[in-house]
Design a protein around this ligand. Sequence first.
Ligand SMILES: Nc1nc2c(ncn2[C@@H]2O[C@H](COP(=O)(O)OP(=O)(O)OP(=O)(O)O)[C@@H](O)[C@H]2O)c(=O)[nH]1
Ligand SMILES: [Mg+2]
Length: 198
Amino acid sequence: MTDFFREIQFIASAPRLEHAPVDVGAEVAFVGRSNAGKSSAINAITHRAKLARVSKTPGRTQQLVFFQVQGMLRLVDLPGYGYADVPEAMRAAWGSLIEDYITKRKSLRGLVLVADSRRGLTDLDRQLLEWCAHVKVPVHLLLTKSDKLTSSEKKRVLVEVTPEVDQIHAGSTLQLFSAVNKDGVPAAERHVIQWLKG
Ligand SMILES: Nc1nc2c(ncn2[C@@H]2O[C@H](COP(=O)(O)OP(=O)(O)OP(=O)(O)O)[C@@H](O)[C@H]2O)c(=O)[nH]1
Ligand SMILES: [Mg+2]
């Protein structure tokens, strides 16, 4: 555990990219399906229990939420996608907000894609990986909630997902992760810090 995130604090939430903090420095964003565990991953990696809001109700984080790590370094909690129970128009708006952010944000150094290890990748995760490959944004995949898997299930998900990710966005990295038992937290933390420090 490092003290890199010791002074992290919420700075802004933005319903649209125009409302985001000025686009300088370096940023790492967490993205993924609604309820996958993005906010929990941010809290685990920063060693702050209640920094990002965790909810049992999917689709809670509907804005880009910015945290200042130190100076011009930031983490971003992106709105979750793919939640079935929202109107189509709202779903489309979330999609374009995320697409806008990924394609236009100059300070974006890398995306942490969070996916439930029990489900593997969804179609929207694959689409996101394709966008990232297209605009050359590096991706680190967290297969989270690994505390729910047996050791043979853990092996199987890695065997299944690794070639799939390689095929869509070669050079991406991936790991198992759990915000509950902290499996993989140090590795994820190192990855995020490396991106931020450039
Ligand atoms: N067992 C287990 N549960 C987890 C883990 N991470 C998150 N959860 C649970 O999954 C639910 C969703 O977690 P969040 O972190 O709020 O997920 P999110 O991706 O930020 O969700 P949205 O903001 O709605 O898109 C909560 O009930 C968490 O407690 C984990 O590693 N293991
Ligand atoms: Mg969230």
